[in-house]
Design a binder for this molecule. Structure first.
Ligand code: HEC
Ligand code: HEC
Length: 504
């Protein structure tokens, strides 16, 4: 007990003061841990070429270079602090394949493996210089406004991170290995590999992110250099960019469609959309069907829904760094290899299932077919368009004339907003989902980033969620009762299970 606390205190002290406490890792023990836990990605020789590396973007770090990205030593120091390496091993790096090991490895294990990986580049001792934090400027509207100006002045940060910080690229960036890299979308703090705490952001601006094109803004040679105080302003501004209303809440699996008395807004930028609460979901690479693709670009979608007596409209919003416009030279220049249209699809079962049984999540199957509403963003010669597709699995897709399905999209500063509208009822209930109030309707989403060579079966997707057309107030208690029955049922089942368990 006291030992654990002592080690925790040591780690904490190292994290804060880096070089003051040299690490006490055992290289031999570290090697054994490395061979069972790290080798498959980082490679036998520590060169980042392990058997799993091929599929990873970003690739695993090459430890023989001795360069680390998330450092608190000075930009011109030759070494990171041990605490920097330890932290990334313990917490992992969101948005990459690098897992956090804090639950599997003890503090001592992490010290040992840290000592071992430093051997690959013969890193010894402590770094010469440390980041000078000066006096931290607390956040305030004035500081954020000052940071906003500095972020955009001579496109200091917006050059790469975009006007609104969404990382919407205007040029291709590469890391030192020549691999494609993307500037971070600063409005999505959950994708930060360190964190979006102001201290971390200050450290990144000050030291840069070695091996990538993210430069140091403390470097006296930089024309865009910032003083310590200015760097705190910029850090406060960046922290303020975090989306708060459009974050994934795992407990939120039901999109609540709100009822309107009048017409539905067809324009994605219409203020009327504020009446519907957004639900945000993670999108993951499609890895089941043929031609698997691991490195999809779109990672979340926010969905709102409105309906009236006759129609239903879905508002879909997702950040996409690139407006993929085939035929456009600028779009071609920023595209990865191929340049296709951006696209988005919403999937529904043809009939609302009884109970919880849903069609196969990837385009249904013969017994349970699905409808796909598939929108494409268009090319220089052709406007955006929407298609209705009947599917009974990936290989059985057929385009059919749609019953009044329409779409309108807008792209601005790294965000697509798309509205899809359809009459609630069609004359063909055996082929089209009919939107009834108060029913839990399965819904799933697919997205393609055309500049990232995504087309066909190579795309990002969600699993099934639910869409609920919330009836006007009078009927709500019934829904409440249904949910209560579900909850109580679940509780009883759990209680029954745990009561049946024998103590071990
Ligand atoms: C599943 C693959 C995978 C495994 C297993 C893995 N890593 Fe990583 N690791 C990565 C990737 C990918 C990166 C690069 C992330 C980036 O560049 O942003 C990385 C980066 C790192 C970094 C660099 C941190 C920095 O600031 O630059 C360290 C240190 C590290 N890994 C240590 C380890 C150790 C130690 C283990 C074993 C206990 C391990 N990794 C296991 C994939 C992996
Ligand atoms: C030349 C392009 C470029 C410029 C200019 C630039 N960045 Fe970056 N930035 C990047 C890239 C590329 C990454 C992603 C690095 C990686 O692969 O981990 C990044 C990542 C970041 C991160 C993510 C840190 C994390 O924990 O993941 C922050 C914060 C950041 N930049 C802030 C800024 C600020 C603030 C400025 C201006 C003072 C700025 N950047 C200027 C290219 C740039």
């Amino acid at each position: 007990m006291t030992y654990r606390i002592a080690v925790a205190a040591l780690l904490y002290a190292m994290f804060l003061s880096g070089p003051a406490l040299a690490q006490s890792g055992d290289v031999d023990r570290g090697e054994a841990i490395y061979q069972t836990r790290c080798l498959q990605c980082h490679g036998d020789e520590g060169d980042g070429l392990g058997p799993a590396a091929e599929r990873l973007n970003p690739p695993p770090r090459d430890f023989t270079l001795g360069l680390y990205k998330f450092i608190t030593s000075a930009f011109d120091a030759d070494l990171p602090n041990d605490g920097d390496i330890i932290r990334m091993i313990r917490d992992g790096m969101p948005g990459t394949a690098m897992p956090g090991w804090g639950d599997l490895l003890s503090e001592q294990d992490i010290l040992d493996v840290t000592a071992f990986i430093k051997v690959f580049a013969e890193l010894e001792g402590a770094p010469e210089g440390q980041i000078d934090h000066g006096a931290q400027v607390p956040t305030s509207p004035e500081s954020i406004a000052a940071g906003d100006r500095l972020f955009h002045a001579s496109e200091r940060c917006s050059e790469c991170h975009g006007v609104q910080g969404k990382g919407d690229a205007v040029k291709k960036l590469k890391n030192d290995n020549g691999d494609r890299t993307w500037p971070r979308n600063l409005t999505k703090p959950w994708t930060f590999r360190a964190s979006n705490g102001v201290k971390d952001i200050f450290a990144r601006i000050t030291a840069g992110i070695p091996t990538t094109q993210m430069p140091s803004f403390a470097d006296p040679k930089s024309k865009k250099r910032l003083s310590i105080e200015e760097r705190w302003h910029v850090a406060n501004y960046v922290a303020s960019l975090a989306k708060t209303d459009k974050v994934v809440r795992p407990e939120n699996t039901v999109i609540q469609a709100a009822r309107l008395a009048g017409a539905l807004p067809g324009d994605p930028d219409d203020g009327a959309w504020a009446q519907a609460p957004p639900s945000t979901f993670f999108m993951l690479p499609q890895l089941v069907g043929r031609e698997r693709f691991f490195t999809t670009a779109n990672d979340t979608v926010s969905v709102r829904a409105l309906y009236n007596d006759t129609a239903i409209a879905l508002h879909l919003e997702w950040d996409d760094r690139t407006r993929s416009l085939p035929g456009d030279a600028a779009a071609k220049a920023i595209a990865d290899e191929e340049l296709y249209e951006d696209a988005f699809a919403v999937q529904f079962p043809v009939t609302i299932p009884r109970g919880m049984e849903k069609p196969y999540f990837l385009m249904g199957d013969a017994a349970k077919p699905v409808n796909l509403w598939r929108w494409s963003s268009g090319t220089t010669d052709k406007a955006g368009s929407i298609k209705l597709i009947d599917a009974q699995g990936i290989a059985a897709q057929e385009v059919r004339e749609s019953h009044g399905l329409t779409a309108l999209a807008s792209y601005k500063d790294g965000t697509w907003r798309l509205v899809m509208t359809r009459p609630r009822a069609t004359g063909t209930p055996d082929r089209d989902l009919q939107f009834e109030e108060g029913r839990f309707i399965p819904i799933a989403f697919f997205a393609w980033d055309g500049s990232n060579s995504e087309a066909g079966t190579q795309h990002a997707m969600t699993t099934w969620y639910w869409l609920l057309l919330k009836p006007s107030t009078g009927a709500q208690p019934i829904i409440g009762a249904v949910i209560a029955v579900f909850l109580i049922g679940g509780l009883l089942a759990w209680w029954g299970r745990s009561a049946g368990r024998t103590p071990s």
